[in-house]
Unconditional design. Structure first.
Length: 246
């Protein structure tokens, strides 16, 4: 069910960082193989609760918070901070950090068999991996609390109605649809999309003056790109623009 191991987490973070830095990468799809998208963190491979010198069963204050910051939060931050558009193609159950991994993406496609579960309460845990940050911004505080307090499975259709998913497709069409979306994004003005992503992600934490200033600055930066010049030229010349991502 693709529970996230430490090695997998670091690989995903590294790949997202590489995608940001590589001008030839124009879009990212995050998906999985098998029956599930991601069943959450792989607790079987979790480190002992104490530090290297701690006695068996002893937990050193700060260890858990440090693990969350360095682990789940870094993973979600890597998706939010990726400078390329990230599409989640959720092929099955997305639970715990797996659900948050999908919700952090810019666009979410879900197969009809997909389910989303805020599984933390079932384990007696507080949601981590940015859940209490992401969910209220996507569905509002009341619905976020319902999902997190009860831990009930949410099917793909209900997730779409709630605003957590952009589109639900038959299982057999998920890969095809995700590829089509990624190819369409890859043909767009990549830097303009990156700046737009940054503005939208920051907008809920900014006042109007700050948001307007950020918007003006982003447009100033964007107008230095080749793609912005190409877009304007194509409009004037009444032709389809040919964006290069630069």
């Amino acid at each position: 069910m693709n529970a996230v191991t430490l090695d997998q987490r670091e690989r995903i973070i590294g790949l997202l960082a590489d995608a940001s830095a590589d001008p030839d990468v124009r879009a990212v799809v995050l998906t999985a193989t098998g029956r599930g998208f991601c069943a959450g963190a792989d607790l079987r491979g979790a480190p002992p609760s104490g530090g290297a010198g701690a006695a068996a069963g002893e937990r050193v204050p700060g260890d858990v918070a440090r693990t969350v910051r360095r682990g789940a939060q870094r993973l979600i931050g890597a998706v939010l901070d990726c400078e390329k558009p990230v599409v989640a193609a959720v092929n099955g159950t997305a639970a715990g950090i797996g659900a948050h991994l999908a919700f952090a993406c810019d666009l979410v496609l879900a197969a009809e068999s997909a389910r989303f579960i805020e599984v933390f309460v079932r384990r007696g845990l507080v949601p981590d991996g940015g859940g209490a940050y992401l969910l209220p911004r996507l569905v509002g505080p009341q619905r976020a609390k319902e999902l997190m307090f009860f831990g009930d499975a949410l099917d793909a259709s209900d997730a779409r109605t709630m605003g957590l998913v952009n589109r639900v497709v038959p299982d057999g069409e998920l890969e095809k649809t995700a590829r089509a979306w990624a190819e369409r994004l890859a043909q767009g003005p990549t830097r303009a999309i990156a700046l737009t992503k940054q503005l939208v992600n920051a907008s809920l934490e900014a006042d109007r003056a700050g948001a307007f200033a950020a918007e003006a600055a982003a447009q100033e930066i964007n107008m230095t790109t080749r793609d912005a010049n190409e877009g304007v030229a194509a409009f004037v010349e009444r032709r389809t623009p040919r964006y290069e991502g630069r």
